[in-house]
Write a protein that binds this ligand. Structure first.
Ligand SMILES: *Cc1c(COP(=O)(O)O)cnc(C)c1O
Length: 386
């Protein structure tokens, strides 16, 4: 069924045969030529009735936006295409299920300054823009992202920098949004420079799906600029192995060559990556791209997301099939970002079968049982490193 999930393909120019390579490889061209209307979408593919209705209604919720690069990955003949499900709106988005919330992770109540979310003791999330290159239909921040919804994000940059200067406990700043790589090199650099001028900030991170949606943005100039602000890490967002194309692999390689350690955050999505075989191919293919799988998220309970929700048992089954069965570096941490603002909480298959004062009974990835003695003297001896 899934032949060659790990093959790197190129899909350019695909639906844009008349566009020359210089234009295609220019991220400004990719931005200008994004698909943002029903008419553009229908000129390129036939929509299902649910998609058509969903697209019409998306204008008042989360805008439609797909870069030509990413659009070409869609199998237009397949209504169940896993790429299609991520970016083409559906009528189900307007159906609100019990427990769903506009602000599922309780971010708005944790913003000391508009744009700055301070939930954990030593790190902050800094939302530096409300726009993305393409819009994920399951966006956790759809309440403020894309400009289509009712809520607006007014980022107070100066106030945010002053907050960070006075909060010496903050050692880690995560830039997100929206997608920070949508800012110009100069604008992004001015933010990084300002953050680097604050002595207690040790560690910078950028959360971005642009290397996937628009690898053309990852220019040598951008990479050289980022290199000046190390230690700077990046978390990308890949959900299906097909998103790792030749161009994406090159863009990720450029970032890695410039010393940017890369992590990946996947969202578990029904009909996209809720199968062991797909997730295993994804995490292995990420390692080939020099990206360390970091998190698999249970989908946040955002409004109109029930058609994409995956049962927890399926997520655990996937984790069980990874741990021990493949490279440890390929195994991400499965987490739930707790509703109401509890932060990311790890969810794991249980490998501890039994425990008392004397011993711990464990099972390994094959289901075999092992006993680990917990008696004081024995523990000391057993704990001596080789
Ligand atoms: C995810 C997140 C972070 C970063 O968490 P890590 O586990 O360190 O990657 C920081 N702040 C907020 C508000 C977050 O949601």
């Amino acid at each position: 069924m899934h032949t060659n999930l790990k093959a790197f393909r190129t899909h350019a120019p695909g639906c844009w045969p008349d566009v020359d390579a210089t234009q295609w490889n220019d991220w400004k061209w990719q931005m200008k030529n994004r698909i943002t209307s029903l008419a553009q979408l229908e000129a390129l593919m036939q929509l299902t009735p649910q998609e058509r209705a969903g697209t019409i209604l998306s204008g008042s919720k989360l805008a439609l936006g797909i870069t030509p690069h990413f659009f070409n990955l869609i199998d237009r003949e397949d209504p169940l295409c896993p790429i299609r499900r991520q970016v083409i709106p559906r009528l189900e988005e307007t159906r609100i299920a019990p427990g769903e919330l506009a602000d599922p992770c309780g971010e708005d109540s944790r913003m000391p300054v508009p744009g700055l979310v301070h939930r954990y003791p030593d790190r902050v999330l800094f939302l530096v823009t409300d726009r993305c290159a393409s819009y994920c239909r399951y966006c956790t921040r759809s309440r403020v992202v894309s400009g289509a919804g009712e809520q607006e994000l007014h980022i107070e940059f100066e106030e945010a920098f002053r907050y960070l200067e006075t909060h010496t406990e903050v050692r880690d700043v995560l830039l997100s949004g929206g997608d920070p790589l949508l800012l110009s090199d100069d604008r992004l650099e001015s933010i990084l420079r300002r953050l680097r001028s604050i002595e207690h900030i040790e560690f910078l991170r950028i959360g971005s799906r642009i290397p996937i949606f628009m690898p053309q943005r990852v220019t040598p100039e951008l990479c050289r600029m980022l290199q000046r602000y190390h230690p700077l890490w990046m978390s990308v967002h890949v959900n299906h192995p097909r998103e790792l194309t030749v161009e994406v692999k090159e863009a990720l390689g450029r970032l890695a060559d410039h010393g940017v350690p890369l992590g990946n955050q996947s969202v578990l999505l029904s009909g996209v990556n809720d199968e062991v075989e797909i997730m295993k191919a994804l995490v292995q293919k990420l390692l080939i791209c020099r990206v360390r799988p970091y998190y698999i998220y249970q989908l946040d309970l955002i409004l109109g997301s029930s058609h994409l929700q995956v049962p927890l048992s399926k997520g655990l089954e996937i984790m069980e099939a990874l741990r021990g069965h493949t490279t440890g570096y390929a195994v991400p941490q499965y987490v739930i970002d707790a509703p109401g603002g509890g932060g990311k909480i790890p969810i794991n298959p249980d490998y501890q079968i039994y425990r008392d004062e004397e011993k711990l009974v464990l099972r390994n990835y094959e289901g075999k049982m092992f006993e680990y003695p917990l008696k004081n003297g024995v523990l000391k001896e057993a704990a001596v490193p080789c």
